[in-house]
Design a protein around this ligand. Structure first.
Ligand SMILES: [Mn+2]
Length: 586
């Protein structure tokens, strides 16, 4: 049976590398030659640079006071802490916002402030700092000041109002600053024009972490946290910052690489009862550091779940409680929310794909727009993740929208390199939609009366700029590799490139002319375990899509793109084959 959704083209590339630079790295750092080739191909051509990358060191983190606004923010907050003043920390309901909130609230409380965390409700309050929500915060808590985390840089009007009412406002955010900035507030955002802070890619929790560090360095001694005690405190906050940073899909380079390695290593001993309960529910073995994959696919979805289904306060409380019994109870509630989230998400995905199998036309459709109702389970909180699942099946950008209260609204996720936000923005404007997001992910809401016209317009706009190259899957090998170079030592050396994730993928190697006798043992839906051979060396391999190649076409010589890992079952290195093409005649 042929799929209704033909797979995209695959573009294969090999990164060039400077062989002289790689040889120098082998000599100076004593690393295996294939690792040196990967480093050189990724731009680490000088030994000190490469050494720093291979050994992420907390001592290399930048001075937090180098961030624009830091001095002013610290002065304001230290003063508030000393007087025990009430400060509301205003966060966001995703994993980054929750982590940032936990980090800064914990530090402000430790320094003596009456810090009150506030989380908006996804459905009732919407995203970010809105006037109505802010008014409620001011009325309910009467704080002396407000510090935003992971949001606020676009909240011009709400912040004007808060300042008028006499509150001080400090914005800490990592989103792209708009042209018109909030006035009367201290702004911390490395992306602000003129901010000299050298690293621009911190997540919201990373910035909250830097602000915490600056606060403790300035005034920690007053509460018994002298210079020596600040470091373990920051190490403990780095555990949460690492989870948020991975979850927010920012590149794991620069300071993010340091924070994430430090935090993940620390999570081998989570200490806090909430993190302990969370890791155990996420099937991370006690005493073991979670991997980036564990965070992205097990831990972050749990922290996000309560905010998707209902209110994110449970996740925040889980990260901050010191009560083990309470932590267990919260972890259990979060587990239930996550199960419910998964069920709702699967239902939406199944409904959308069921319809698309009948209606999708690959030559016509350059954008997929599907709608449902809350009664059918189309709940706003899961439409974004459902859209990304559908996009991974149909290989097109996807909008999933729910019809509710006279409006049609939900989320969109792109496929490949299609600039979803840029391409949809003018259409959204024409139909007076509420619209926001970034390159790959958007949120949108249109009046029901304008929806049909919006949908036609959007589909046409995407069809007009159809470019199948944007949808192709790019497999870029870091370096060539010979079969004889695949050794346990190489696997160990390559481990120094971890943690892998956004901006730092697992090294992908090109192994040319491996012969395959055509035999293999099926694993999973389309996978095969097999043995490949090159230069007389036999290599164990697993290929998760090699089962798609008909047996008659298998025996022969292949060029293979593969990751290398230690096969826990075999106890020796094995290839994970991502792609195999008949060998090019040499
Ligand atoms: Mn964020």
């Amino acid at each position: 049976m042929t799929s209704a959704f033909p797979p995209p083209r695959v573009t294969r590339r090999l990164r060039p590398h400077d062989a002289g630079a790689a040889a120098l790295l082998v000599r100076e750092l004593g690393v295996a030659a294939p690792l040196a080739r990967v480093l050189a191909a990724r731009g680490f051509v000088s030994p000190p640079e490469a050494r720093a990358w291979l050994r992420p060191d907390p001592a290399s983190l930048h001075d937090p006071f180098g961030m624009g606004g830091m001095d002013a923010a610290v002065d304001r907050l230290v003063d508030a802490c000393r007087r025990g003043a009430r400060v509301v920390v205003f966060g966001d309901y995703d994993c980054d916002g929750i982590g940032a909130l936990a980090i800064l609230t914990t530090t402000l409380k430790r320094l003596g402030a009456d810090a009150v965390p506030f989380l908006p409700h996804r459905l009732r309050d919407g995203y970010g700092l809105r006037s109505e929500t802010l008014r409620r915060v001011l009325d309910e808590h009467a704080p002396e000041g407000i510090v935003t985390v992971d949001c606020g840089i676009t909240a011009v009007e709400p912040i004007r109002e808060a300042v008028e009412r006499g509150a001080f406002v400090i914005v800490t955010d990592h989103h792209l600053p708009p042209e018109e900035l909030p006035r009367g507030a201290v702004l911390l955002n490395p992306r602000l024009p003129g901010c000299a802070y050298p690293f621009k890619e911190l997540a919201g929790a990373g910035i909250a972490w830097k602000l915490s560090e600056a606060l403790l360095l300035s005034d920690g001694a007053r509460v018994g946290l002298d210079a020596k005690a600040v470091r373990p405190w920051m190490a403990s906050l780095a555990k949460v910052a690492a989870l948020s940073t991975v979850a927010d899909m920012v590149p794991l380079t620069g300071e993010n690489r340091v924070l994430v390695s430090w935090g993940l290593a620390g999570l081998a001993e989570p200490r806090s009862p909430g993190l302990t309960a969370l890791l155990s529910r996420s099937s991370v073995r006690a005493g073991k550091s979670p991997s980036v994959h564990d965070v992205a696919f097990r831990i972050a979805p749990r922290l996000n779940a309560s905010g998707r289904i209902d209110h994110a306060f449970r996740a925040l409380e889980l990260l901050t409680t010191s009560d083990a019994a309470r932590a267990e109870q919260l972890a259990e509630e979060i587990e239930a929310a996550n199960t419910e989230r998964r069920r709702m998400q699967e239902r939406v995905v199944a409904a959308a794909l069921g319809r698309l199998e009948k209606t999708f036309e690959p030559d016509r459709d350059a954008l997929v727009v599907e709608t449902g109702t809350p009664e059918e389970g189309w709940h706003r909180g899961v439409l974004g993740i459902a859209a990304s699942k559908v996009a991974q099946t149909v290989f097109r950008p996807v909008l999933l929208l729910s019809r509710e209260d006279g409006r049609v609204g939900g989320s969109g996720r792109t496929w490949g390199r299609t600039p979803l936000h840029e391409r949809l923005a003018p259409v959204a404007r024409r139909h007076e939609a509420e619209f926001g997001g970034h390159h790959a992910a958007i949120g949108i809401s249109v009046a029901a009366s304008a929806f049909e016209a919006f949908r036609n317009d959007a589909k046409e706009a995407f069809a007009r700029s159809r470019d199948e190259e944007e949808w192709s899957v790019v497999l870029e090998a870091d370096a060539p590799l010979r079969a004889a170079e695949v050794t346990p030592e190489l696997v160990e050396h390559l481990g120094r490139l971890e943690p892998h994730g956004m901006g730092n993928p697992k090294p992908l190697f090109l192994l040319r002319s491996l012969s395959w006798n055509g035999r293999g043992r099926p694993v999973g839906e389309h996978g095969l375990r097999l043995v490949l051979e090159g230069e007389g060396v036999r290599l164990d391999a697993v290929g998760w899509s090699l089962g798609r190649i008909p047996p008659a076409g298998r025996a022969g010589t292949w060029d293979v793109l593969a990751n290398i890992a230690l096969d826990a079952f075999l106890g020796r290195p094995a290839l994970t084959v991502l792609d195999a093409t008949p060998a090019e005649a040499a």
